[in-house]
Design a protein around this ligand. Sequence first.
Ligand SMILES: Nc1ncnc2c1ncn2[C@@H]1O[C@H](COP(=O)(O)OP(=O)(O)OP(=O)(O)O)[C@@H](O)[C@H]1O
Ligand SMILES: [Mg+2]
Length: 451
Amino acid sequence: MSQAQILIIDDEISMRQLLKYIFRSESYQITTVGFGKEALELIEKQPFDLIIQDMMLPDIEGIDLLNQIRALQKQAMVIVITAVVGWKTAVEAMRIGAFDYIRKPFNNDNIKAVVARALKYKAVLDSMSGRPIDGIHIIGNSPQIQQVQDIIRRAAPTDSTIIIHGESGTGKELVARALHLASLRRENVFIPVNCAAISETLLESELFGHLKGSFTNAIADKKGLFEVSNNGTLFFDEIGEMSLQTQVKLLRVLEYREFVPVGGTQPMQVDVRFITATNRNLEKEIEKGDFREDLYYRLNVIPIALPPLRERKEDIPLLAGHFLALYASRLHKYVTEISEEVMQLLLNYHWPGNIRELSNLIQRAIVLCEGNIIVKEDLGNYIQIENKKKEDFTYFPPEGVNLEGKLEELEKKYIVEALKITKGSLTNAAKLLNLSFRSLRYKVKKYKLET
Ligand SMILES: Nc1ncnc2c1ncn2[C@@H]1O[C@H](COP(=O)(O)OP(=O)(O)OP(=O)(O)O)[C@@H](O)[C@H]1O
Ligand SMILES: [Mg+2]
């Protein structure tokens, strides 16, 4: 974040001065006002990252002011200051969206920490808003995911049939919804149909509908999903599970945009956009005779391949930050950070359940987390065992890495290991490391290693 814009609202001049003094060494841009009305005028004109509000102002009720601030600037973090007697108000303030409260008299370091935490949390929220497609956040900066976003943008407004390939939890349904919302059909329905979850006989009547009396339990006419989704989008999830018999019928709908309800005689016209998804290799299914080749070519007009998470590890910090912000606010917990150690574990893990697994893991860690930072203990023993086997992945925290330090760490690790293997013999260890005796001795001294 560039210089954070902070507004302080307090009627006591000494308090305004004290707060300014406390933050003097931080790179904040601080504005102070003494009245609620004055504050609202400013807030209307200028965005603030953080607002510190005294709850006892001469001209306006604290809670009223907070409500108005929230209405004007939802993105601003608000910290309220209350007297000890105002404890109930503090709780109420949190309920309507204050980030935190501080009780008077306060400790300087305490208020500094709360402000820093609030600004960090805001940065996470801000980074979340990156390039939504009509309200759907497909998070990711990796070239693979950017390519996916690109295809979505280009293909969505056309009516072309799209097939989404991807392992479980890679975001197939999310992409299907994004395609619908970025299309001209967005005002109409999006209907997902899970082909694996519906039995063969039901699927047909679900899709095509039936007329009263067409079979024993058909006590009334029933509209099928094709009809219901007219002018909208129909999403066939796990299309590989559809029986050959239903495949034939679907092919017909795709070809002629018409269908006949079960028990009916008259074909009905429909205008539906088809999106399908599968985690199977349909070409293999075709070879085995389990999937119709002609249907496959109809469905495979624009393919979108969603890469597994382990192939785009650079997206892990972004996604983790996204889920952190999402679930922390849903669970009403002020967990704002993931420790570097945990991030390293997340980066090294191979994510068989992909993004859904990451999402579940972060949610659980937030529940278990007792402070503001997710630490290793909050993960349970979930991915730590797995991690032992995985390769190291290079992670760049926002402040950059200390390359020299990292190299020294690595050097030290090798030397310690070599000395262990050679039972402390410098001569043999030097051989293992392809170093001269002298240069190894120098390094051993430098790192104060035991031999
Ligand atoms: N790029 C992404 N950014 C943000 N959230 C994502 C992203 N990809 C997936 N998700 C989230 O991960 C979860 C799993 O995604 P989704 O249900 O779309 O996967 P799927 O491929 O359909 O999985 P399955 O094959 O198991 O049905 C959802 O909660 C979804 O919102
Ligand atoms: Mg799915």
